[in-house]
Design a protein around this ligand. Structure first.
Ligand code: XMP
Length: 318
């Protein structure tokens, strides 16, 4: 505890010194990492902080509204929401390669931040909630072809950009960030929120990303979260989400043949996300999740559970 208190104090001091009277644009996702960064920045520089939430069209059901609501209550600086749905989905149209999707999303975030920054005077810095594991997993082991996954916010800024990066969490793991969030007085729901990747649902749809598939996935995903929260398993697990496999199979509904999509349910336990095991959920809970998704989501007729651990699998499918 003392270590985190000390870290926090020291970071706030050094941010204040580095920023001077410039402004800082901080990209927010609603997750714990960027929320902690924003709260630290507010402590350090107050109104010189410009918090920006980019709606990339790849969010969960109701997420934009939730993020806006939570920030209104907890963060003193006024949140700017950028509607970039068309830009992201337009650039992703027809792209199915996982790394290509990740790179497009990373670049488009930068583009949107830059557009927003131009609307304000005196922005010199861009702040983001990059963690140590994000950095590690984006570093190539044996040259560029060996990158595990390009995290959307790792790799620095393009040369032509005049911003400097502020990444106060770059040496921390998630559990340490949660402790800092607690020190900063952020609400429990924000601190204990499951991680959600910047590329969002785009890396949970196998193949190209389009609006009908996003909507389908959102419906299945919200049922999964609902059941996990109701049963207490949300709090006991690291991460839980649905993946749209784009694999069709034959089913029977009433007297009719169906030929519909498959959803994979992924729930994992982990300490820092670098390794993970699939959660040993009770079978009756799995049954309820499966039954509800198939009955309530038109277009899904099969649900499978991912029983792979990391390594050798990864948490996300792409
Ligand atoms: P993997 O799939 O590599 O994921 O086992 C490890 C953890 O990192 C999250 N993740 C990301 N988070 N931007 C993020 O902010 C990204 O590009 C990204 N890719 C993966 C993933 O959800 C898991 O918690």
């Amino acid at each position: 505890k003392w270590k985190m208190e000390h870290f926090l104090k020291q970071q706030i001091e050094s941010i204040r010194e580095r920023v001077g009277d410039a402004k800082v644009l901080c990209g927010l996702s609603g997750g714990v990492d960027s929320s902690v960064v924003a709260a630290m920045l507010y402590e350090a520089i107050g109104d010189q902080l410009i918090p920006v939430f980019v709606d990339n069209g790849l969010l969960r059901k109701g997420e934009r509204e939730q993020v806006e609501e939570v920030f209104k209550i907890n963060l003193k600086a006024p949140l700017i929401t950028v509607d970039a749905v068309d830009n992201f989905l337009g650039k992703l149209a027809g792209v199915s390669d996982p790394e290509q999707k990740r790179k497009i999303i990373g670049h488009t975030f930068i583009e949107e931040f830059e557009k927003e920054a131009k609307k304000h005077d005196g922005i010199k810095f861009l702040a983001q909630g990059t963690l140590y594991p994000d950095v590690i997993e984006s570093i190539s082991v044996n040259g560029p072809s060996e990158v595990i996954k390009s995290h959307h916010n790792v790799g620095g800024l393009p040369d032509w950009m005049d911003f400097e990066l502020i990444e106060p969490l770059r040496e921390l793991f998630k559990d340490e960030v949660r402790k800092i969030g607690f020190e900063l007085g952020l609400p429990e729901g924000m601190i204990n929120r499951h991680p959600f990747p910047g590329p969002g649902l785009a890396i949970r749809i196998m193949g190209d990303v389009n609006v009908p598939d996003l909507d389908l996935l959102r419906e299945a995903d919200v049922i999964l979260l609902d059941e996990l929260k109701a049963s207490g398993y949300y709090a006991k697990t690291w991460q839980a989400f649905a993946v749209l496999l784009n694999v069709k199979s034959v089913g029977v509904m009433g007297d009719n043949r169906t030929y519909d999509n498959t959803v994979c349910v992924r729930v994992v336990e982990a300490v820092d996300g670098m390794t993970a095991t699939f959660a040993h959920l009770p079978h009756d809970l799995l049954e309820r999740i499966s039954r509800r998704i198939i009955n309530e989501v038109d277009g899904i007729n099969r649900v499978v559970y991912d029983i792979s651990s990391k390594p050798p699998a990864t948490i996300e499918w792409e």
